[in-house]
Design a protein. Structure first.
Length: 368
């Protein structure tokens, strides 16, 4: 058995300037935690509120949807982060949210502005993705099969399985809650090489009853800072633009969205939305040159290999112009994980063909 510590891949971060800092905050209903990684650290480090102690979990009763309370909590956490680096050295601040709501995200972005933290440096994630990031930064031997996480909250045990599709590029990862009540049932149905015990302290009686089943050739890790460390690894992956794996969670867009165009006289698809990103961070704006017919054709391409969906948008109200003399401005604003608002405006083509009042408004929807 092992306390959460340093793993294999995490020790190597290439192509990053030495003077930098990333930070992570786990924002739960009952506890908060802070973790940082700087250029002088080999691994992310949990931050304690009281120097010289290992009290990383800070009890809180903050209402994460009440801005005054949330701002006061952030003020305390920000003071814990600043000794590790300046605001200017901060590359990413990642929040692991237990309740990942629109309101909480919006308030945290507003609070970030008060502290002069650029919006593009603030990112959000969930506990399941933090689990994935943490595990994938451990030594290769732990990645030979699936990983099991058991979370203890006031005596209630929840089990989550990290599954990897190793035959895909990048590797697709998913976290699913396991319904089997007995551990024997879990290990009979799944090949598992590592087990992570997180949350409240596990009862001695439970450990004695299950330790033999848990071990059986597997590595076991016990700790309370897996999620916040995973969020810090997630920040490092953003900084490195690491694309070795793709996590598909409930907040992730599970498809690529492409626009049909032409390259060197041949039909082509240009990706405008990459799958695997949070839907609330996937809105996009772009300008295109209309080729011939007054329509645009979008392709929704599921990451899981399911059939591609084609969506054609008619623009018959456009003024008639010669081929390739109409520029269009496209806004794709995500409303939900599988639902986006589409706005298309005519920009014309310089002085030759002034823009018109044509505005198309519609929606794109697909199966998640």
């Amino acid at each position: 058995m092992q306390i959460f510590g340093n793993g294999g891949r995490a020790a190597v971060f290439h192509g990053i300037k030495e003077e930098f800092m990333v930070a992570a905050i786990e924002l739960g209903k009952e506890y908060v935690q802070v973790c940082v990684k700087t250029g002088t650290m080999k691994e992310p480090e949990s931050v304690t509120k009281v120097a010289g102690t290992e009290h990383y979990r800070i009890r809180t009763e903050c209402n994460t949807e009440e801005k005054t309370e949330l701002q006061e909590l952030f003020r305390m956490l920000w003071k814990m982060i600043l000794p590790y680096g300046s605001r200017e050295s901060l590359e990413y601040l990642v929040f692991c949210l237990e309740e990942n709501t629109d309101k909480t995200r919006e308030m945290l972005l507003e609070i970030g502005k008060i502290y002069n933290i650029p919006v593009e440096k603030i990112r959000f994630t969930e506990k399941a993705e933090c689990f994935v990031s943490y595990v994938l930064h451990q030594s290769a031997e732990l990645l030979s099969h699936n990983s099991l996480l058991i979370e203890n909250h006031q005596g209630e045990k929840s089990k989550f399985l990290l599954h990897k599709r190793v035959r895909t590029t990048p590797v697709v990862t998913e976290v699913r809650e396991v319904s089997e009540k007995s551990l024997e049932g879990v290990f009979a149905d799944h090949a598992i090489s590592s087990v992570f015990l997180v949350g409240d302290d596990f009862e001695e009686e439970w450990m004695q009853q299950n330790l033999k089943v848990l071990r059986n050739g597997r590595r076991i890790f016990v700790g309370k800072n897996l999620y916040v460390k995973g969020a810090c690894y997630y920040a490092m992956d953003l900084l490195e633009d690491f694309q070795g794996y793709l996590y598909l969670g409930s907040e992730k867009v599970c498809c690529n969205i492409a626009l049909k165009t032409e390259e060197q006289g041949k039909e082509a698809l240009i990706t405008i939305v990459d799958g695997g990103k949070n839907w609330y961070e996937s809105s996009v704006s772009l300008e295109v040159l209309l080729l011939d017919e007054p329509e645009l054709e979008f392709a929704v391409i599921p990451i899981n290999g399911k059939e591609k969906k084609t969506i054609k948008v008619s623009l018959k109200e456009l003024p008639k112009r010669p081929k390739k003399t109409t520029r269009l401005h496209i806004d794709l604003e995500f409303l939900e994980v599988n639902h986006a608002k589409l706005t298309i405006k005519d920009l014309g083509f310089g002085e030759l063909f002034p823009q018109s009042d044509m505005v198309y408004e519609g929606e794109l929807q697909w199966e998640q």
